[in-house]
Design a protein around this ligand. Sequence first.
Ligand code: IMP
Ligand code: MG
Length: 180
Amino acid sequence: MLEKDIQEVLFTEEQLARRVGELAHQITQDYQGREIVLISVLRGSFVFMADLCRRIDLPCTVDFMAVSSYGTGTSSSGQVQITKDLSGNIEGKDILVVEDILDSGNTLSYLLRVLEQRGPASVRLCTLLDKPDRRVKPVEVHYSGFTIPDAFVVGYGLDYAEHYRNLPYIGILKPEVYGG
Ligand code: IMP
Ligand code: MG
């Protein structure tokens, strides 16, 4: 039913599971002997976060934050607003921000700055997808799942107008769906 709106599958469930496992393994190695706070940027990263955290073999806690920058369009405004803040204090903690996709960089450059101001011990970024061609603001990425071309993708948590998040794979949305 949802497949009819997908032009091309970019990453299957199996490919996603394998790459998420590799990222989790790398994170587990890098943070040996430490405890991390995983911060999921809602809503797009909830699926990735759920899979990633279960493959990380370290003591960790999870927290959630929500920002708005997109509305229902397909490109960001540059105006970012925190719509839901963290529940916990991050001072002195090792923070790993978990994002679904890094596009213009507007959202994350703002968010990372806000988090840095709260005095964590460290802040790193793990993004499942990266669209470097679209970058407007520079953002340092420590863990990146896949680099993708400039196409609008949905599934595995990623939405178009709040839909398609429940697709188990990641696919390119047919441009006619969003009038592109
Ligand atoms: P940025 O501020 O332009 O880097 O946008 C980051 C946010 O835009 C992501 O967290 C997504 O919510 C959304 N986004 C960017 N590209 C896509 C896409 O191809 N599909 C779905 N959402 C996207
Ligand atoms: Mg998002």
